[in-house]
Design a binder for this molecule. Structure first.
Ligand code: SAH
Length: 385
């Protein structure tokens, strides 16, 4: 074993492909991410030293396992082999929350005892396709989402009783129906089988509800670092009109609300917006409201109506923002833009657009949200020249 690794190397890493840096010492992982960002963003301005984790293992609070049947007809659970639909059996993963992994293994053991069949992709038979577990790191709440081909679940009562007895840490169980041939894990229909149907977590002293289909950062420890950095960059004085674009469940905007005059959040996913509204209410935040829709369309309308925006906090998905949003951003001309990104290439592309349009990048702060993978998160501050 490599003595500089904090863990025993995973025997499945070649097949799974989830940890590109499985066998790379942590300091070296950070150095590589830093070099990549220096290369991509250095021409726009200073890139600060990356903030890593004290303990870079078992940070993922959202864990997904595919269920299937092996050559001998036994139930297996794990991850899809990269680029294929073959399931690689995985029981414990270096990245995943330990309690979540234990629950998934328990479910797999319970299935045959309750005559519940895992989905067999080749034959198109069986019932259980995936199990999704979400853990509230700070609350300890644990949600199990069973993703099945239909809502028929005659073994429900006995299975749930056995599952809850084996894993008393489970706080809620949801059945999600996904009957389509799709690479998306979750379908649209949901039934709460036990508990409240969501988990809560805490970030920077605020409490957040996370429903099965809402986006929530997978690494809550580093999320606090990320949000603190974003708020620090925003330099709010208490009077600003802030836009939280791509706001998910409203987490960044709600954390910013105490420091700003008013906050508008915009998000495409309906469930996330619903959670965002509940989250604002639950935290007693009165100066924030949310719109469900495309961020570009929303900002275009805002700019056209001449509504002032002082600071924009934006956190688009890996594909980055789009021209509609960026053009409207130039038109709205906020003093500061804090761009949170999990896709360095699209970040560089969008920064090039904004710097041509009259903004300057003051600094970039890389944060390691995804140890052992090549992914890296970065917060940048842009100001109007
Ligand atoms: N800021 C949030 C979420 C960031 S993830 C957080 O920190 O938790 C990016 C979010 O953008 C997702 O919730 C996704 O649903 C949303 N999204 C994707 N495309 C969008 C679009 N065109 N307009 C608005 N929101 C979008």
């Amino acid at each position: 074993m490599n003595s500089t690794l904090p863990h025993t190397p995973c025997p499945k890493d070649k097949l799974c492909g989830g940890c590109q840096y499985q066998r790379v010492p942590y300091a070296e992982q950070l150095a590589r991410k830093q070099a990549r960002l220096n290369h991509l963003l250095g021409r726009f301005g200073p890139v600060l030293p990356i903030i890593g984790m004290d303990d870079p293992t078992h940070y993922r609070c959202k864990v997904q396992a595919a269920f299937g049947v092996d050559g001998r007809g036994r139930v297996i659970s794990g991850v899809y082999q990269s680029g294929s639909h073959r399931i690689v059996a995985v029981d414990d993963c270096l990245l995943e929350d330990r309690a979540a992994d234990r629950v998934i293994v328990t479910i797999r053991r319970l299935l045959p005892k309750h005559s519940i069949a895992a989905f067999d992709e080749r034959r198109g038979t069986g019932w259980l396709r995936h199990v999704l577990v979400r853990v509230g790191r700070f609350t300890g709440e644990l949600m199990v989402v069973l993703v099945a081909v239909d809502a028929r679940f005659p073994q429900k009562k006995h299975f749930l009783a056995a599952l809850l007895e084996a894993c008393p840490e489970i706080s809620t169980v949801v059945l999600n129906v996904n009957d389509r041939r799709t690479s998306l894990v979750l379908g649209e229909r949901e039934t709460v089988l036990y508990g409240k149907g969501f988990v809560e977590d805490e970030l920077l002293g605020f409490r957040f509800r996370i429903s099965p289909r809402s986006f929530y950062q997978v690494n809550p420890v580093q999320t606090e670092v990320l949000y603190r950095t974003a708020l620090d960059f925003a330099e709010l004085k208490g009077t600003e009109r802030v836009l939280d674009a791509y706001c998910g469940t409203g987490t960044i905007g709600i954390c910013a609300s105490k420091l700003a005059g008013q906050v508008a959040g915009v998000e495409l996913n309906r469930d996330a917006v619903r959670d965002a509204i509940v989250n604002a209410k639950g935290n007693g935040v009165k100066n924030i409201w949310f719109t469900c829709g495309d961020a570009g369309e929303f900002l275009e309308r805002t700019a056209a109506e001449g509504e002032p925006v002082d600071v924009v906090l934006m956190d688009p998905p890996r594909a980055g923002s789009d021209e509609r949003f960026l053009n409207s951003l130039l038109r709205a001309a906020p003093r500061r833009v804090v761009y949170v990104s999990c896709g360095p290439d699209t970040l560089a592309r969008d920064l090039a657009f904004l710097t041509r349009g009259g903004y300057r990048m003051d600094r970039a702060q890389p944060i390691d949200m995804f140890p052992f993978t090549e992914h890296v998160e970065c917060v940048t501050l842009m100001t109007r020249k």
